[in-house]
Design a protein around this ligand. Structure first.
Ligand SMILES: [Zn+2]
Length: 90
C-alpha cells in the first residue's frame, strides 16, 4: 500500500468528489492534491458550491460536537452537585 493519498477526482465529469473536498477541508491531503483542488475550485462554480456545502456540514458537525461536550460537562457538574448535596444531608 502506498502512503500517498490520491484525490478521487471523478475523471469523467472532471469534478472533485465530496470526500476529496472533505479531506481538503480537514487538510488531510498532500500539497500536490491541495494545489489540484484549489486550482479546480478557482475555475469551477459547481465544485465551489459543493465545497460550501462541505464547509457548512463541518461547521454543523463542530457545533454538534461542542454542544454534546457542553452537555456532558453539565451532566458531570450536576452529578457533582448532587453528590455534594447528598454529602451535606448525611
Ligand atoms: Zn468541478
Amino acid at each position: 500500500m502506498s502512503s500517498s493519498r490520491i484525490v478521487p477526482i471523478r475523471p469523467h465529469e472532471g469534478h472533485i468528489t465530496h470526500d476529496a473536498l472533505e479531506q481538503y477541508a480537514f487538510k488531510q491531503l498532500s500539497e500536490t492534491e491541495i494545489d489540484l483542488i484549489e486550482e479546480h475550485l478557482l475555475v469551477c462554480e459547481y465544485c465551489r458550491g459543493t465545497f460550501d456545502f462541505v464547509e457548512e456540514e463541518i461547521r454543523l458537525l463542530r457545533e454538534a460536537l461542542r454542544l454534546s461536550e457542553l452537555e456532558r460537562k453539565r451532566e458531570v457538574a450536576q452529578q457533582r452537585c448532587g453528590q455534594l448535596l447528598r454529602d451535606e444531608t448525611t
